[in-house]
Design a protein. Structure first.
Length: 112
C-alpha cells in the first residue's frame, strides 16, 4: 500500500515540477507524469545500478558527484524514451527533488 502512496506522491511532484519548469521540463498531464514515473522506476531497477557499479571508482574519486549526474541522466533518458524533451539541468534538479521527497516518504513510512 505504501508504494501506491509513493507513486501518487511522485506523480504530484512531477506535475508540480512540470509547472515550475514549463519550457525545460514539459510534463503537464497526469498520464504523462505517471508514465514518466513508471519509466524512471524501471530505469532505476535495471540500468542505473549497472551504471553506478561501472562508475564506482570515478564515483569514489569525485565523492559521489557522478552518482548525482547518473540520476540526472536517468531523468533525461526517461524523457527520451517517452519522447519528451527534458533539458539536463532541470532533469538534474528533478532527480534531486524526487530523491529528497522519496527519502522523506520512506523515512515516514518506516516509522508508521
Amino acid at each position: 500500500m505504501a508504494w501506491v502512496i509513493r507513486f501518487i506522491l511522485n506523480v504530484v511532484v512531477v506535475l508540480g515540477l512540470g509547472y515550475v519548469f514549463k519550457d525545460s521540463f514539459p510534463i503537464d498531464k497526469i498520464g504523462e507524469a505517471a508514465a514518466f514515473i513508471l519509466v524512471l522506476t524501471l530505469l532505476n531497477w535495471t540500468l542505473i545500478p549497472v551504471l553506478k557499479f561501472m562508475t564506482l571508482p570515478l564515483n569514489f574519486l569525485t565523492l559521489g558527484l557522478i552518482g548525482i549526474l547518473i540520476n540526472g541522466l536517468a531523468v533525461v533518458l526517461a524523457g527520451v524514451i517517452l519522447n519528451i524533451n527534458i533539458a539536463f539541468l532541470p532533469g538534474l534538479l528533478v532527480s534531486f527533488v524526487l530523491g529528497l521527497i522519496n527519502g522523506v516518504a520512506e523515512n515516514s513510512f518506516n516509522k508508521v
